[in-house]
Each structure stands twice: as C-alpha cells, then as structure tokens.
Design a binder for this molecule. Sequence first.
Ligand code: SF4
Length: 435
Amino acid sequence: MKTFYIKTYGCQMNKYDSEFISSIFIENGYIETEKIENATFIVINTCSVRERAESKVYSEIARLNNLIKNSNVKIGICGCVAQHLGENIINKYNNVSFIIGTEGLFRLSDVLNRVEHGEKVIDVFFSENNFATGKFKRKPGVSAFVSIMKGCNNFCSYCIVPFVRGREISRKPNEIIDEIKYLRDLGYKEITLLGQNVNSYGKNLDESINFPKFLSMVNNIDGIERIRFVTSHPKDFNEELISTMKDCEKVCEHVHLPLQSGSDRILKMMSRKYTYKEYIEKIYKLKKSINNVAVTSDFIVGFPGETLDDFNNTLNAVKEIGYHTIYAFMYSPRPGTKAAEIDDNIDKDEKKRRLSELINLQSNITYKINKSYEGKTTDVLIEGFSKKNANILMGRNRQNQIVNFVSSKLLEQGTIAQVRIREGKKNSLFGEFIN
Ligand code: SF4
C-alpha cells in the first residue's frame, strides 16, 4: 500500500500548499496517514522565515533517516527552503527523492511519476505566469484557505519571501470564484483569501479589478457566510477597502495589519514604506468605520540598530492601538536580504528580553479585551470540539477569537451559534450556547 505523511512548517500559504500536495498524492493512488512511521512517502513542506531554516531541514532529514530505517521509504522536500537546497541534499541523503520549490508544485504529479520510475527529481524553476495550484480536490470542511495571489514586490529589507516566492502574480478572479463555489458545494462556510500582500491583488491582471472590488464579488457568493483575508500591507490598506469591508456583510471584523516596529527610523531601515503616523491614521479610520473590529499585527524586535528608544516606540504603539493579539519574533538575518548586510548588533539576550517584555505587555492587553466580552453575545462558527474536552464545542467569532462553549442542544460543525460569554480567558473566550 502507498501511504504518505506531510509535515508542514510556516504560514497559511504553506498550509494551503500542503492541502494541494495532499490532493496530488491522493490522485496518484496514495493514502494519507497521520502516523509518520506508517508512511511510504514523507513530505516536508519547509519555511524559510525562521532562523537556520536550512540546517533545520538537514537535521530533520537526518532524524527521519534514523527513524524510518526502511530504505524503501521516500522523502520529498517542498516549500521555500527547497528552493535553495537543490542537488546538495539529493546527493547527501539516499532517501530524498524529490526537491520541489514553491513554483514547481503544479508539476508534482509528473514528479511523482518520475520518482516512481526510479528518478530523483530537482524542480526549483520559477514559472512566471503559472499559478502553482489552481483549483484542486479538497476534503469537506468548514473553513478553507484560498490563495488569490502569490509572491511579493515589496522587498522589506529583512524578508526572504520575494526571493523564494517570486514577484506578485494575481489569479484570475473567475478562477478563484469558481474554486470558492466548489468549496461552498463541499459545505465550507468560511473562506480566507490568501496572499503575501493580499490587498495589492489585481495589479498584474488585464481586467480592471482591485482587492476591494474582488472582495465584493466574493461577498455575493450564496452559501458562503464569512470572508477573511491575510496578509495586508499597511501601505496598500486604503479607504476603499475599509468602506468595502463595511458594506460587505460577510467580511469579518478582523484585520491583520503587520506594523513590525513603532519606530519610524526602524521602519525606514526595514523598507516598510509607511510611517507610524500613516499607520495609526488608517487604524483610527478602520476603528471609526467598523464597529468592534479586531486588529492583529506582527512585530520584529531587535532589528539591527534598534535602540531602547526605538523599542519603547514599539511598546507605546502596542498600548495605543490595543491589538487583540500580536505575533512577535526576534530578528535574525536571512542570507541574501538587504538587512543581512547590516551588523546584527543586538545581543541575543537583549533581544530575548525585549521580546518577552513585548509579549507580556500584549498578553495583558489581550486578557483585558477578552474580559470585556464577558456577558456579551458573539456569533461563533463551529469548527468542532475543544482539543482538551470532547464535551465542549469550539469555533471562532467574527473577530477571529477562539470561543469554547457548552450547549445542551446538539449542534453541527459549520453552524453559526450565538454564544453568551461567561469568561474571558488569557487566550480564548468561554461561554454557553443561547441560540
Ligand atoms: S510585504 Fe515585506 S514582509 Fe511581507 S512578504 Fe513582502 S517583503 Fe516580506
């Protein structure tokens, strides 16, 4: 029996790619297994955003080689790190049968075929006009990612994405709408539109379309109840988008808008193309226009040259904006980027100290926000049961907060339930079903 197991690192885009990889393996007669030791083919879908990504992939393969012992088990490497690895890794490890970069995924079926005939395949070519995945076979579910564009033209000085995912390319709107209708027919209720720079959607297309217009088109699809989108770049987040969000009842009251630093000096060094003032003005407009909107963000601490004053500006920004949550990371250089040429002069312990100060600050803010929901009702799209307790249902509200709740009524996945919040916890809400 041919079985496969996929290990996925990184962002939503990688999770989406893994769903695509899984569909291709199934199409080629493989059965998915949740236990790595039962797999005859192991796929590692890699991410290069974190530190030492390549060496981690090498050690993961070495670990797998020890674990699998069976020389018939094959390994495939996909994703951003694969783009860099090429033949080095194929030559080094016998079990590695293919390396496919982010751009070669749509050729995976052919690659699998070649591997089954004894070839070892390296496919790390960029294919300018091909959208890697397109519509593919999915399992039924509640909430789906749909990639609407790939690549990025922004070249933030610290980021490897434009090098491993290439330039921005948008998918044709009718193809995406077709995919969303297919997901709707499978029972999906919520769609998250994905792109490294999702709100610059449409710029390379012949038809006259932009992200707000496309959002309105998705909003008109019957049967889809909720629409989300990630990740927006602050420079492309404009009034047209805010007013479209307001007009489209299915678009959730949640925006992920990475600020990265509260210091204009650091933002400039990061090549982010906005100032803190420009950013906060957009946030004020957003909060004024859309009731109860949740804003979340990403931050990098310890960027080269970040002084304590710069870092304090970041802390002040977090206090001023009152994010629902943030994702914060210590800076580490990505070889090949502009920032990697600057002396990484902040000591690791100091980076850790700043990171934990920022995370502690945000934890208190998140807790306060969660507490403020106590006694209120919120609409929850049910995803399933809580991981810790099978008698408790779990879902998300429109602000993307995790809500666990009890219900005396039998409720199905995909239902939108009105839940009264009994308790705001550190990272989630707890409540009871009322309707
Ligand atoms: S916008 Fe900047 S951080 Fe985001 S993917 Fe593009 S280059 Fe990277």
